[in-house]
Design a protein around this ligand. Structure first.
Ligand code: PLP
Length: 379
């Protein structure tokens, strides 16, 4: 046991969703895109996306990625082009769709898929690309105009936005994904900032795409209950929708709170001068509702050393996403570009706790331990 665990999920309390549960008992509708689910989807579109586009809930983001990829991909294509620096769910979803992941590197500062490599790969692979799956790394917004152009050229794009629910873009100050012509997949897993247990949501400006995904998520059934497309069951129960509605009701406060804790970290890192001593943080786009905070250890120190140092001070930290996908057994055979940045970051990334009850004092304690790295024997 650690004094300071890495995660301390804090889902909405039962008092906040009891009234929604009573509605389930009144209607006796328990699933199949019931009234609470429909209300949740409608509220997300109205409150988060200014009434534009369409959304469908899914049982988790992994199934969401599978559905979005299978309903977007070019039938003759072979590859799903994606960064290696992502969660295993991204390449797994592509594999379930019969595609081969093709891994690209990330950029050294914002940790997003390398743009130059992507442009090169688009020229190199041409029609063999079935879909491009960028990852909005750790909740950052990404420049969607670039990907909208690829869609215009006929190349499907599905964004893994698992950690980006609640992210506000820098220039337009709207929700990340708004107006995007491809699918954006968000996760509502308990460990994500909009945590409801298990769940997710797919958003797109393309209403027809969302309609097809909704159908595929319900056994591929047409209105006459005939299976007409490769489907599965991705529906959330009304109980989950009840929790999602209550979570949405209080999400503003969660957003504010997590932003404050992130700012504590920035303040302490600056105060301690760590950013001048070789530590670095991700260059983010927009305002992110942080699930945790990621930092790179100085070049001469691996993340393993940092994790051990923190553990010896009873602080739990992780190394998302290390090993990177191309380093994992399941994905080792897949083609990839040079991955120097991914491999460097996989050796230096440290994910630090950012749960909702963290106060300034605990953040100070964590940053102080980081500052003692390499100094243990010289004091
Ligand atoms: C969490 C996460 C997923 C999977 O989400 P689930 O809802 O747990 O299936 C996929 N991709 C990324 C990048 C994630 O962080």
């Amino acid at each position: 046991m650690f004094d300071i665990p890495f995660l301390r999920p804090n889902l909405v309390k039962k008092e906040k969703f009891l009234s929604y549960l009573e509605k389930i008992e009144a209607t006796r509708i328990y699933s199949n895109y019931g009234p609470l689910n429909n209300l949740f989807e409608k509220r997300v579109i109205n409150q988060m996306f200014d009434g534009t586009g369409a959304a469908v809930t899914v049982h988790n983001a992994t199934i969401g990625l599978m559905l979005a990829i299978s309903q977007s991909k070019r039938p003759q294509g072979k590859y799903a082009v994606m960064p290696s620096f992502t969660f295993a769910a991204t390449p797994l979803a592509a594999e379930w769709c019969g595609l081969e992941p093709y891994f690209l590197d990330i950029e050294p500062e914002n940790w997003q898929m390398n743009r130059e490599q992507l442009e090169h790969t688009v020229r190199l692979l041409g029609d063999q690309i079935a879909v491009i799956v960028p990852y909005a790394t750790f909740g950052t917004a990404i420049d969607l105009s670039f990907y909208n152009e690829l869609i215009q050229q006929g190349i499907p794009v599905v964004i893994d936005g698992a950690a980006s629910f609640g992210t506000i873009t820098p220039v337009e100050a709207t929700h990340f994904g708004k107006g995007f012509g491809g699918a954006v997949v968000f996760s509502f897993h308990a460990t994500k900032s909009f945590g409801i247990g298990e769940g997710g949501l797919i958003y797109s400006m393309d209403q027809d795409l969302i309609k097809r995904i909704r159908r595929a998520g319900n056994f591929g059934f047409s209105s006459s209950r005939e299976s007409v497309t490769q489907g599965l069951n991705s529906k959330i129960p009304e109980y989950t929708a009840a929790i999602a509605l209550a979570t949405l009701d209080q999400f503003k406060a969660v957003q504010e709170n997590r932003k404050t804790i992130y700012e504590f970290y920035l303040h302490e890192l600056l105060q301690a001068g760590l950013l001048e001593q070789g530590w670095s943080i991700q260059k983010l786009q927009g305002t992110v509702v942080h699930q945790f905070i990621s930092i790179l250890s100085p070049g001469s120190h691996s993340n393993r050393e940092v994790i051990e140092l923190l553990a010896s001070n009873s602080i739990e930290a992780r190394t998302y996403f290390s090993p990177a996908c191309h380093q994992q057994k399941q994905f080792q055979g897949h083609p990839h570009s040079t991955l120097h940045v991914t491999e460097y970051i996989a050796n230096h990334i440290v994910s630090l706790p950012l749960w909702e009850e963290l106060d300034e004092r605990i953040v100070q304690r964590i940053v102080k331990v980081l500052g003692s790295l390499g100094k243990e024997n010289t004091e």
